[in-house]
Design a protein around this ligand. Structure first.
Ligand code: URA
Length: 281
């Protein structure tokens, strides 16, 4: 039997329990390195036209996780139906690693752009709305620079519950692959309702959950188009990354370039001023 599976299982269990750092011996590191080498992002995954129909790539939820079909006569009703389902979603609840309060998506169910983050944090759980904490404020600034209001886009998370930690106060953790898989049917159903022209995956975790890439740096995933069920996906850094790297204009520029690509893709007007943001400073 491969040595990878028990190691991954053990590390996943530790992560679920809230452990963020482990000391690995050389053998374990080599097992993980081998696994990483096996899973490389394809070198060329550019996607020129919005209408391209092949090569869809996403994480299929395990067979034990039921798919969802939204009921309702319009997008608002269908989203409300999904939200009600999410409250009692057994595949997520039964993991025992997610907190009680569910935080659903927000925004325009007919939006051209859908943004997908990782999971609600302290502030989002408190207000039961995604991206309303510091990362959310940063996201609002990015949208505003794009000429968009928060209510014009659709904002979702790949995991609909705040991941739990021992003795948790305001601290947050990323969702595990299992937690994301348990909630993936909601993201799929939301995409089916909103039918965005493109999706922006905010950060590596959301990108991994959507695109089935493992442990890939955002730097490698950004800069080209990916696909989730035929919808073009652009990967960029999570807004909180910019908070931690607030002085790094170069990092802001990278996010901005990703957003310019989205505006270009959608055929939205871009001013000279917008093109110049964060460049040459
Ligand atoms: N980070 C996320 O990825 N999602 C939120 O809703 C808030 C912070």
């Amino acid at each position: 039997m491969s040595r990878t599976a028990p190691l991954i299982k053990y590390l996943t269990q530790l992560e679920r329990e809230g452990v963020r750092h482990v000391r690995l011996d050389e053998n374990a590191k080599e097992v993980l390195r081998k696994r990483l080498r096996k899973r490389k992002v394809p070198a060329s995954n550019s996607l020129p036209p919005a209408s391209q129909k092949s090569g869809s790539r996403h994480t299929a939820p395990p067979a034990s996780i039921p798919s969802l079909e939204a009921q309702g006569s319009n997008p608002e009703e269908q989203i409300a139906f999904l939200k009600a389902q999410a409250e009692h979603w057994e595949p997520a609840r039964s993991l025992g690693s997610l907190r009680e309060k569910m935080v659903f998506s927000t925004g325009n169910p007919a939006a051209d752009i859908m943004l997908v983050g990782e999971a609600p944090g302290y502030e989002e759980e408190r207000r039961q709305e995604p991206f309303v904490g510091r990362a959310g404020q940063k996201l609002d600034q990015i949208l505003s620079a794009m000429g968009l209001a928060r209510g014009e886009v659709y904002i979702s998370n790949i995991c609909k519950f705040r991941p739990a930690l021992k003795n948790q106060t305001t601290n947050n953790r990323k969702p595990t692959p299992e937690e994301m898989k348990a909630c993936l049917p909601f993201v799929q159903a939301e995409i089916g309702i909103v039918q965005p022209k493109c999706i922006v995956a905010l950060g590596g975790t959301a990108a991994e959950g959507l695109l089935d890439y493992e442990n890939q740096p955002v730097g490698r995933m950004r800069g080209s188009w990916h696909k989730f069920e035929n919808i073009p996906v652009r990967v960029t850094y999570h807004p909180s990354y910019l908070l931690h790297n607030d002085s790094a204009v170069s990092e802001k520029r990278k996010v901005w370039e990703d957003m310019l690509s989205v505006l270009e893709f959608l055929g939205m007007p871009i001013s000279e001023k917008q093109r110049g943001f964060f460049s040459g400073k």
